[in-house]
Ligand binder design. Structure first.
Ligand code: F6R
Length: 369
């Protein structure tokens, strides 16, 4: 049942092009509208939404952080992302024109469920992004978009994260359309571009071989730092979380721009620093700033592991290790930049002799608060 792989996690990483394609299939109606799986709200209810909160835990929270960039950009609605365990205890301002998006692979995470219940008590509308049909969180929600990733056996989320990111992008387009800020043909063009992503994910999986050797050479590192900017920041957080969970190593993700405000003090000779570089096309200013950050950490002795778009030559002089990903539009880029980080954490853990399917102290579904 591991399909010839020694671990479920390796199989699940390899399934990502297919689960992404499945999650995106049939999402556009003939008249150009995004199709959710369940909708117990009217078009008017969605049109009246004036702010969005995203609640989730762990990896799903990272998908939510990525969603914020897309939702604010496409809908022009303010969007906050919060760890579900913090949300209801701070008395958030909620009413019937608030949309709370709950992201949960299992649909049973108690912190996320309690955040949903609290939101509903305050009359907020709830939309769930979930991988488990008929689980509790979608049952408690007004609308549902299911990721179609199939069961995930590895305790660390991999393919379901990609599914969640794709689902978040679809929800962003859905809300923009409901508000009348994006029209059918624009939404259709985005969906068409999204549907090309499974091929790019497959291409990325085909070129991550060198990441394996690199990871093995770092199995003795004491800490690994991850930097990113814009949507690359949540990707950096996810890379660090995977490394903690799987390899039991200290790892931290930072927004690259925060480096000079403290974290750069951690950089010393030989510390591996993984940098997720934004595309040089689009907003070149962000790209250039991240390239300066790579130079800054390298000047202080860091071993730089640079994840950059194909054709980005500006990073070359500063990368001790260069990992290429296909060029994409920036909002879609996490679907490819995450892949080498998953492989990196998995290989590093294997090099340390660990069981990547069953990391210590972790449960697949956390049903206690
Ligand atoms: C990380 C991981 C966890 C889950 C978190 C939420 O690899 O698996 O951080 O993402 O416990 O779980 P769900 O999505 O089931 O609510």
């Amino acid at each position: 049942e591991k399909g010839g792989y020694p671990y479920f996690m390796l199989k699940e990483i390899s399934e990502q092009p297919a689960v992404l394609a499945d999650t995106l299939r049939g999402r556009l109606s003939p008249d150009g509208a995004i199709v959710l799986d369940e909708e117990r709200l009217s078009g008017e209810d969605f049109r009246d939404i004036d702010k969005v909160f995203i609640v989730a835990c762990g990896t799903a929270y990272h998908a939510g952080l990525i969603a914020k960039y897309a939702i604010e950009h496409w809908t022009r609605l303010p969007c906050e992302v919060e760890m579900a365990s913090e949300f209801r205890y701070r008395d958030p301002v909620l009413d019937r024109s608030t949309l709370v998006i709950a992201i949960s692979q299992s649909g049973e995470t108690l912190d996320t469920l309690m955040a949903v219940k609290h939101a509903r008590e305050q009359k907020a509308r709830v939309l769930a992004i979930c991988n488990t049909n008929g689980s509790t969180i979608p049952r408690e929600s007004d609308a549902v978009l299911y990721t179609r990733c199939g069961p995930e056996v590895g305790v660390a989320a991999t393919k379901t994260f990609l599914g969640q990111v794709a689902a978040c992008l679809l929800v962003g387009l859905f809300l923009a359309q409901a508000r009348g800020v994006l029209y059918g043909d624009e939404v259709g063009a985005y969906v068409e571009k999204l549907q090309k992503m499974p091929d790019l994910v497959a291409r990325t999986l085909g070129t991550v071989g060198p990441v394996r050797e690199l990871a093995r050479s770092l199995s003795g590192a004491r800490t690994v730092l991850f930097l990113g900017r814009h949507v690359g920041y949540p990707v950096a957080l996810e890379g660090a979380l995977k490394l903690k969970e799987l390899a039991y190593m200290h790892a931290e993700g930072f927004p690259a721009g925060e480096l000079k405000h403290g974290p750069i003090a951690l950089v010393e000779q030989g510390v591996p620093v993984v940098v997720v570089v934004p595309s040089p096309r689009g907003r070149a200013v962000l790209h250039d700033k991240v390239v300066s950050n790579i130079q800054e950490v390298r000047a202080r002795g860091a071993r730089t592991i640079v994840i950059a778009e194909e054709g980005d030559h500006l990073v070359e002089p500063f990368a001790d290790h260069l990992i290429r990903v296909p060029a994409t539009s920036s909002l879609f880029s996490p679907l490819v930049t995450t892949i080498p980080l998953q492989v990196f954490a998995c290989e590093l853990a294997l090099a340390r002799g660990l069981d990547v399917d069953q990391p210590r102290n972790l449960a697949k579904s956390v049903t206690v608060e």
